[in-house]
Design a protein around this ligand. Sequence first.
Ligand SMILES: [Zn+2]
Length: 81
Amino acid sequence: MSNRTPCCIPDCRRTSADPFYEWICPKHWALLTKNERRVWARHKREARRFGQPIRLEAYNRTWQSLKRRISLGSSLNAPVS
Ligand SMILES: [Zn+2]
């Protein structure tokens, strides 16, 4: 199990077989809005095209805010608009 990546949302026990630095499981990912997922998809596309995130600060900030959104959403069980 040591080389599996756990979902980075607290209390979630899902893991991924891929060696991500951090990972959000599909169940938690589904809690995000279409718009939030689209913002992240744009970062991912840039990172893939250039081989690395070209706006690392924005990339990291987006990831942190997605995580915070999911954590809040899952504990309060209500979407933050
Ligand atoms: Zn999860």
